[in-house]
Write a new protein. Structure first.
Length: 131
């Protein structure tokens, strides 16, 4: 009988530890796709769980684009200088590189969302700008 190593390019969210990102409140992220999980070098995908009163304070990512796909709950996405977008499950928002943005939970129930960064953010302090 042969045993094989776990598939290299598959990720089970339950196996990925969560962390609290800087500049966020009541937020827990899991880095599903990145260098440490599948060896990705050009993109990063996170599963975020944000609780009531949670979200991201105003910030921007130099040279990094960000997209969010809302899975559960409701939220408000804002890019400075643009109208706010009230999101429901199935909606997606885009935060351009270098543009200040805010993400706020508006539901009483937790928000779950996929967050995609390109190139990867990796929670590096030099890859975030605060007002």
């Amino acid at each position: 009988m042969t045993t094989s190593a776990p598939p290299r390019f598959r990720v089970r969210a339950a196996d990925v530890p969560s962390y609290q990102p800087a500049n966020h409140h009541h937020t827990f992220n899991q880095r599903l796709i990145g260098p440490e999980t599948v060896g990705a070098q050009q993109m990063e995908v996170l599963l975020g769980t944000l609780h009531q009163g949670g979200g991201a304070l105003p910030h921007a990512h130099p040279g990094i684009e960000q997209a969010c796909y809302l899975l559960e709950g409701t939220a408000r996405a804002e890019v400075v200088g643009e109208p706010a977008f009230d999101m429901q499950p199935g909606d997606m928002c885009f935060f351009p590189a270098d543009r200040m943005h805010v993400f706020t939970v508006t539901s009483e129930t937790p928000v779950k969302l996929l967050v995609i960064y390109s190139p990867p953010y990796g929670e590096a302090p030099d890859k975030v700008i605060r007002p």
